[in-house]
Design a protein around this ligand. Structure first.
Ligand SMILES: Cc1cc2nc3c(=O)[nH]c(=O)nc-3n(C[C@H](O)[C@H](O)[C@H](O)COP(=O)(O)OP(=O)(O)OC[C@H]3O[C@@H](n4cnc5c(N)ncnc54)[C@H](O)[C@@H]3O)c2cc1C
Length: 471
């Protein structure tokens, strides 16, 4: 297993528990922190800079954990990870707040990423069939040439290691394409769609004895006219706040200063109310270079390589504001272990079968995100730079789309659950958009033209004043 972060840990645990001997290669020396606070304090590492960014665990990941890794789920809760039931996501405008059968499946988990990783790494290290080589970077693949080449192990800075199967869990910066070229493989099929935002975030702790403006487990992510803001809870009384502007919007470069970050958030009244109840516990962490990407190791029905699989961000990354990465990582790991169990000796079949599962379990989310982001970016560029607006997505009366559904979800209980099915990754977005009941209730809300509540936004002048604050 190349990479010992989320995907590598999920994959190693599932494979080890189905009887395989696993070596995890992790290029970083991961510190053995005493507790979750010490883990948070030393969480930053340049090889996975997203670890310090706000995280949420969507419903699909929680469900898969309960089914496949129940000890990890229990250990996360024991470490202070908070459960966020669907009821805590209901907007004030939703009049019918009655519980429905199946609502439990929507529950999410809220935590600092460092806490999730701290627990995962302890469980991985205690697992009998897993050996973790920290501080050991894989530098190449070992392979028998052929069409396709057959991977037989990895080269590291401490020598060669052979393996029946190698798994790339080395994240968004995976160099697998270069390694494939070096062993004579055809190129993987790589897709990329603009995500276009930058992340500026900070962690806070709830101030004791202060009245809160709402439940800490309500996830509020608001697509404002000129930027996106988000707040949601985390483990052990902590909260995560994010400002996500267009990556090309130079006005926001100063948001990395804590004073400017605070001033920008204070321009949004509901966020100002939260800031009055919170104390910062970190600096502001900026992160750019975000993209929607998807890599397939089967091209035109044929594997480009056998004996090598990929999971996690090496396969797919999507816009972080929707928090899909951990769900995809665990889903990939579950698909991987099933594929290997069903075809233990047939590497060719493993490659084809895994790609077929990714077509079902990954591609729909990548494709949906590409469409959503194209429209959101278009709207931002229109509002900020006066660029022409993109064409509306919904071309047929038998289908709705993400934006219409999000609007209807503010008022209609069926649309609300349909929206959270997509957010929680419990159904493929396309299936939800084409569900006749969902289409009907969405259209009814839109036709009624009932005003959907929107967040009170800063004026351009207020925003510029915050961004230009002297520090
Ligand atoms: C700003 C931001 C916010 C996000 N928020 C959320 C969220 O709210 N919810 C959510 O589910 N997901 C979120 N994600 C996505 C999530 O962080 C990733 O999907 C997840 O970390 C993927 O895990 P991974 O193990 O595939 O990759 P990584 O976590 O990047 O880990 C890769 C590991 O491989 C190691 N490695 C790399 N190369 C080598 C090598 N050659 N040899 C040995 N080791 C190597 C690295 O050191 C690293 O530890 C967010 C992402 C970003 C960028």
């Amino acid at each position: 297993m190349i990479g010992g972060s989320a995907a590598g840990s999920f994959g190693a645990l599932l494979l080890a528990r189905s009887g395989h001997e696993i070596i995890v290669f992790e290029r970083e020396q991961l510190p053995a922190a005493r507790d979750v606070e010490s883990a948070a304090a030393c969480a930053f590492r340049s090889s996975a800079p997203q670890i310090v960014q706000p995280h949420i665990v969507m419903a699909r990941c929680r469900q898969l954990l309960i089914e496949r890794l129940p000890d990890v789920y229990r250990a996360w809760l024991a470490a202070g990870v908070a459960e966020a039931p669907l009821a805590t996501q209901m907007p004030r405008s939703l009049v019918d707040k009655g519980e429905r059968v199946g609502d439990e499946q929507f529950t999410m988990l809220m935590s600092r990423r460092s806490t999730l990783d701290w627990v995962l790494q302890r469980i991985v290290r205690a697992e009998p069939r897993i050996s973790v080589r920290d501080g050991l970077q894989v530098t190449d693949l070992l392979a028998i040439p052929g069409h396709p080449p057959r991977v037989t192990g990895v080269r590291s800075i401490q020598g060669d290691f052979t393996a029946d199967v190698v798994v790339d869990a080395s994240g968004r910066r995976s160099v697998i394409d270069r390694w494939l070229r070096k062993i004579g493989a055809k190129p993987a099929a790589n897709s990329q769609a603009e995500c276009g935002i930058a992340y500026y975030s900070r962690h806070y702790r709830l101030r004791p004895g202060v009245e809160l403006p709402g439940p800490p487990t309500t996830r509020t992510v608001s697509a404002l006219d000129e930027f996106t803001v988000g707040i949601w809870g985390a483990d052990n009384g902590t909260m995560q706040l994010v400002v996500a502007p267009l990556a090309t919007d130079r006005r926001f470069r100063r948001v990395k200063h804590p004073e400017v970050f605070t001033a920008v958030l204070r321009t949004v009244s509901s966020f100002a109310a939260w800031l009055d109840a919170l104390d910062p516990i970190t600096e502001v962490f900026p992160m750019g270079g975000l993209n929607n990407t998807m890599r397939r190791l089967v091209v035109d029905g044929a594997p480009v390589v056998v004996g090598l699989h990929a999971i996690g961000d090496s396969v797919c990354t999507t816009n972080p504001t929707l928090g899909r990465g951990l769900s995809l990582a665990l889903s990939n790991a579950a698909d991987l272990v099933e594929t290997i169990s069903a075809n233990p000796e047939n590497l060719h079949m493993q490659a084809l079968e895994l790609d077929r599962l990714y077509e079902d379990h990954v591609a729909p989310y990548y494709e949906d995100q590409a469409v959503v982001d194209r429209h959101r970016l278009g709207a931002l560029r229109h509002n900020i730079f006066d660029a022409p607006l993109p064409k509306p997505t919904c071309e047929t009366p038998h289908r709705t789309d993400f934006f219409q559904l999000r609007r209807a979800a503010m008022l209609d209980p069926t649309a609300f659950r349909a929206f959270w099915k997509i957010m929680g990754m419990l159904s493929r977005p396309d299936e939800v958009y084409a569900d006749p009941e969902v289409v009907a209730c969405t259209q009814k809300v839109l036709e009624d033209d009932s005003p959907t509540p929107s967040m009170v936004q800063p004026s351009r002048e207020q925003l510029l004043a915050a961004l230009q604050l002297k520090v």
